[in-house]
Every structure is written in C-alpha cells, then in structure tokens.
Design a protein around this ligand. Structure first.
Ligand SMILES: NC(=O)c1ccc[n+]([C@@H]2O[C@H](COP(=O)([O-])OP(=O)(O)OC[C@H]3O[C@@H](n4cnc5c(N)ncnc54)[C@H](O)[C@@H]3O)[C@@H](O)[C@H]2O)c1
Ligand SMILES: O=C(O)C(=O)C[C@@H](O)[C@H](O)[C@H](O)COP(=O)(O)O
Ligand SMILES: [Zn+2]
Length: 366
C-alpha cells in the first residue's frame, strides 16, 4: 500500500506500508543513489531488527555505516545530535549519502534533524518501527530535539525522501509502547476520521492484540489523516496545528514528569482528556462520555507528585503554539473536526486538568 505526500510546490514522497524487503526497490524509485548509507538506530531496535535490515541492504549492493544510540526520550537531545554529526563527518558522508532513521519517533526526530542540518541537507529515509512513528512522526517533516525548557524546542521542518513502514515490525513492541502509539491513532480519529473512531471502538480487542489482518488498514487510515493535514500547511502556519490535539498539556506533562517517565503517547492521552473537557465546555453536543470511554482504554501510569497544576501551567507557557504570551489550544467542534482556539479562559485550565486526572483514576482496565 502506498500513499503520497504531495506538497503544493511539487515536492512529493511516498509513504509505503509494506515489508522492509521492498526497501531497495523503493530507494531506486525515489532516486536515492546506491552506494553507502548512514543508518541510525537505537539499541532495542538494533537487537531485534538490525541484522535483517543490514542483510536486505547488503544483498542489494548497499554499504551501511551503523550508529546505535541508547533507547528512549532522553536520547532526543543535543549530545546525541553531536554524536551523529561526529560519526557521520568522520566516516565521510557527502551530500548524496542517504541517512536512514530506523527506529521510533525519538530516532526519527533526532536523525531527521541531523539529516536536515548535516552538509545543509542529506536525503532522509524514515524507516519507522513504532506505531507512533509509522502513523505520525515519520511523516510530515517535523524533526528536532528537546531542550531542558520544553519538548521539541529546537528543530527544523525537513521532509523525507521516503517513508517505509513495515507493520510486522510492530509485533515486537512492548505492550506499553503499543498502547502509547494508539494514543496518536485515537488523536487522528478524533481530529479527522470519525469512521476510524468507530472502528477503534468496535474492534478494540483486535487492536490491542495487534491482529495482523487489521494492522495495515489501521495504519493506513491514521496515515491518511496525517497526510491530509500536512499537505495543507507544511510549516504549521495554521491548520496543521490541529495535529497538536492533546499536546499543549501533553508536552508539559512529559517535561514536568521528566522525559521518559511517561511515554509521549501516555502524556498525549492525558492531554487529550483535558482538551476534551475544554472542548465540551464550548460544544455541549460533543459526545464527551463516548470519547472519554475510548481515551480511558489507554493506560496511563500513576502521576508523580511533582506533577502539580501550577508547575504544569508554567511549562505550558513555552508551548510553540503560544502567540504574544497567549496559550492556544486545539479543541474539538465535533467528532472528526478540530480547530485552534486562542481564547480559552485561564480558570478553565485547572478544571480541565482535574477532569483528566479523575478520568484516569476511573479508567477501565483491560
Ligand atoms: N515529528 C513528529 O511529527 C512527531 C509525532 C509524534 C511523536 N513525535 C515524537 O516521537 C517520540 C515518541 O516516539 P516513540 O513512541 O516511537 O518513542 P521511541 O522512539 O522512544 O520508541 C519507544 C520504545 O520502543 C522501542 N522500539 C522501537 N521500535 C521497536 C520495535 N519494533 N520493537 C521493540 N521495541 C521497539 C524503542 O527502543 C523505545 O524503547 C517523542 O519524542 C515525540 O515527541 C514526533
Ligand atoms: O506533525 C505535527 O504537526 C504534530 O503536531 C504531530 C505531533 O503528534 C507530534 O508530537 C509533534 O512532534 C509535535 O510537534 P510540536 O511542534 O508541538 O513540538
Ligand atoms: Zn505527538
């Protein structure tokens, strides 16, 4: 299955949902010159899947240089970006050397930013291995690293030449990473695909069990929401911001709890509960109970004591959507339709947070 990201200025790249075995064919098609390539991955992915990828590449006449980084959110940081720069430059990349990002959103965002900046731009190939990366982070060109003050504060928009998502790789994901990825799938359903929302409700058991017959379609539907939004507004001048549903709270939660305490998806799941409450205040017809019920199926670990509303509110202020000091929130008008609001009353925020915390405590175990 292939979908194309067609940007208005004519740039275009495929998002392929297929086996990693097809990689060499796709590299030829997108005219990435065969020869040497620079491959960045993390220890977990390397342990499970690097041998197969290297074999595929070598058989097709590629010579990969492999850099394996530690796993997890703390790797999305300046020291590891420097590490990529050092190794790539010492090894002797040139402007035609493709950089292959083989991993989850951490590797994709970090290596993507390295590709954007090394020699002012290397061909970037995203080989996403987590659900989050396959449906969200590998597509659309947001690359970057975290800063002590907040998530993704340093980065660039840089589109890949190719995204190849192999659903079979997701079978080795730990349970927690799987449900974390489902948070962004639910987000895509809420902001842009009510039929996907119904599918998630109806086939939740299959979804949790990663039923291989369901995965390609599930991934494709979520991918299509992302592509549809990104092509309208590559650099988030406006409509793209709706992909940030749940992220104003979510990013602050990740930062305050300490990067890595919550997964990105867990923090976004909590953030979506808060944003749901804010949305329902304005749009009482929104099916709050129904949406909350699906969000409650996403497990979130206990909240640490440091996560008090006052600190969270301070950190939210550095959100990239903030304009002239004014926080902006993505709200739902109805199931499948979201918009950016800049007039959410300050006093509503604490109540929204309380709603999120209370919803988590009454979450349904599965
Ligand atoms: N650029 C974007 O548009 C965008 C969108 C969404 C999220 N993000 C970013 O993505 C990051 C979260 O991504 P993530 O959840 O993929 O995190 P991650 O990259 O840390 O991966 C999660 C864990 O799964 C492991 N893993 C990866 N693939 C595996 C596999 N196939 N089998 C077993 N284990 C595997 C990793 O080693 C890691 O331990 C955050 O930094 C978030 O900000 C970016
Ligand atoms: O692609 C986008 O645009 C998104 O907002 C997708 C988000 O899921 C993702 O977490 C993104 O990294 C957030 O970007 P940021 O600009 O808010 O840091
Ligand atoms: Zn996200």
């Amino acid at each position: 299955m292939v979908h194309y990201v067609e940007l208005p200025d004519g740039r275009c790249y495929p998002v392929v949902i297929d086996s990693l075995e097809t990689l060499p064919v796709w590299l030829e098609r997108v005219a990435v010159p065969r020869g040497r390539c620079f491959l960045v991955t993390d220890e977990h992915v390397a342990h499970l899947h690097l041998e197969s990828l290297q074999a595929i590449l070598k058989t097709a006449g590629w010579t990969p240089y492999v850099l394996v980084l530690p796993p997890g959110e703390p790797t999305k940081a300046l020291p590891y970006l420097e590490r990529i720069y050092d190794e790539a430059l010492r090894w002797g990349i040139d402007r035609r050397t493709p950089l292959l990002a083989f991993g989850g959103g951490v590797i994709g965002d970090l290596a993507g930013f390295a590709a954007a900046t090394l020699l002012r731009g290397l061909p970037l190939v995203q080989l996403p291995t987590t659900l989050i990366a396959q449906v969200d982070s590998a597509i659309g060109g947001k690359t970057g690293i975290n800063h002590a003050l907040g998530k993704n504060l340093i980065g660039a928009f840089y589109q890949p030449a190719l995204v190849l998502a192999d659903p079979s790789l997701l079978q080795t994901l730990p349970e927690r990473e799987w449900t974390s990825g489902l948070a962004e799938v639910v987000k895509h359903a809420l902001i842009g695909d009510p039929a996907l929302f119904s599918l998630l409700e109806m086939r939740w058991t299959d979804v949790l069990q990663r039923n291989p017959s369901l995965l390609p379609d599930l991934i494709a539907r979520a991918v299509l929401v992302k592509i549809r939004i990104v092509v309208q507004d590559e650099r988030e001048a406006g409509p793209r911001a709706i992909l940030n549903f749940g992220h104003t709270f979510g990013h602050a939660i990740e930062r305050v709890a300490g990067y890595g305490h919550f997964t990105h998806g867990e923090a976004v799941a909590l953030g979506m509960l808060a944003a749901l409450w804010l949305s329902h205040q304005r749009h009482p017809d929104l099916p709050l109970t129904r949406i909350r019920a699906l969000l409650q199926r996403l497990p979130v670990p206990p909240l640490p004591e440091t996560l008090d509303f006052k600190t969270l509110r301070q950190v939210m202020q550095v959100d990239k959507k903030t304009l002239a000091g004014q926080l902006r929130f993505v709200l739902l008008r109805r199931l499948g339709e979201a918009y950016l609001a800049d007039d959410v009353p300050e006093e509503a925020l604490q109540a929204a947070w309380q709603f999120a915390c209370a919803s988590r405590q009454t979450a349904v175990a599965y």
